[in-house]
Design a protein around this ligand. Structure first.
Ligand code: HQG
Length: 180
């Protein structure tokens, strides 16, 4: 497969493993896992030609390591980013003193008023470094990077989770913890 084919499959996996599994008639279990053989069969039945080796290649080479196989290799899930209601089953972790969030200026008025919200996803996504947050914000335009006092939030009882691919997750960041 070339880069373009891998990207195409990765994008489609995002759609079905995070948002709309029903598009090809698969289901996700309560932790977001789906059966690998069934996924491959249903993708092929729906016009997305893919072999097991292709799937493995996409998972291994994905630039953000978005997908992971279960230990026995029989199941696959997205490591974060879901809008469907699943539990990743992660244990709360102590975050670094500061985390970052990449956004764009048109959202700032609203963020100042109501803090950072998870919007359509199950969690709000925070980045461990500024550089990653720049990439996240750039998806929507000129990036604006917000510095989050995550250590202080943690001391105040807010819960943080670290996804398998290194994204920090929380539910809400009230405006007082955001350094604009
Ligand atoms: C903004 C990508 C108005 C928020 C990335 C963001 C990430 C508010 C947008 C992952 C707001 C939601 C997630 C408020 C937050 N008022 N706007 N109160 N609070 N927002 O896509 O963080 O490539 O759901 O700033 O790399 O951009 O898909 O979140 O702009 O890890 O794997 O509302 O998606 O990963 O957008 O991105 P999103 P995000 P993938």
């Amino acid at each position: 497969m070339n880069e373009k084919q891998r990207k195409g499959i990765s994008k489609f996996l995002s759609l079905i493993l995070r948002h709309q599994p029903e598009v090809i008639g698969i289901t996700l279990d309560e932790n977001g896992w789906t059966d690998v053989d069934e996924l491959i069969a249903k993708m092929n039945a729906n016009g997305h030609r893919i072999s097991f080796d292709d799937l493995e290649e996409v998972v291994e080479t994905d630039d953000k390591q978005r997908y992971s196989f279960s230990h026995d290799g029989n199941k696959i899930r997205a490591s974060q980013g879901h809008s469907v209601n699943i539990s990743l089953g992660l244990d709360p972790q102590e975050p670094p003193a500061y985390l970052y969030h990449g956004t764009v200026s048109k959202f700032l008025d609203s963020i100042r008023k109501e803090g950072l919200q998870r919007m359509s996803r199950q969690h709000l996504h925070l980045s461990r470094d500024r550089e990653t947050a720049v990439k996240v914000g750039s998806r929507r335009g000129a990036p604006v990077i917000l510095n989050i006092s995550s250590g202080e939030m943690h001391r105040d009882g807010f819960l943080f989770y670290l996804s398998d691919n290194g994204v920090w997750l929380t539910d809400h960041v009230p405006a007082k913890y955001i350094n604009f």
